[in-house]
Design a protein around this ligand. Sequence first.
Ligand SMILES: [Zn+2]
Length: 179
Amino acid sequence: MSITFSANISDPNTHSVSEPCLCAQMAESFSAAMDGDFSDAVKADLQGNAQDGCPWCKGTGVETRTQDDRPELNLANDNAKRILAVLNIPFDHCGEITIPEARRAVLRALNSSGAEALERPEEAVYGRPRAQEDGSVALRPLRSYSPPLTTDDILSRVRRFSALIEEAANRGATCIYWN
Ligand SMILES: [Zn+2]
C-alpha cells in the first residue's frame, strides 16, 4: 500500500508510452523492447510471439498507454504517515492542503528536530523453525522485513515533497493533494 502526493495542475501534458506486452514475454526481443527498442524487427518479433486476441495488446505484443507529466511523489504508507507527522499535518489516507500551507509545513519541518522522534528501526519478523523442500530445516525463516527509516531519510523525503510543491506552483497549481 502506498500514498501518492500530487497537485491540481489543470493541463498536464500527456504522451503515450509503449511497452512490450507480457503475453509476448517469450519473444527474443522482449528485453530489448523493455529497454525501449521498438524497431520494425522488434515489433515483428513481439507480434509473432503475442497471443491472438490478448485484451491488452490486441495481439500486437505492444501495449500503449497514456501517461501525464503531473509531478508525483509516491511513498509507502508507513513512510507517508511519518512524513505527514513531521510536517505536522494530521494523517489521513487522502487529503488536500494549499500551496502556502504546504510551504510553511516544509519550512517548519526542516527547521525542527521532529524527524528524530519519527525514525523507524529496521524490523525483521522470523517464523518458527520450518522444514524446507531440500530436507534441511530453516531455524529462523524470515517472514517479513521493513527497512529502517533514519532522520536523513525522512528529511530527504521532505525535500522531495518540497520540490513537488515548487514544480506544482510553477505550473499553476493551487493545492497539493494525496490519496
Ligand atoms: Zn498482449
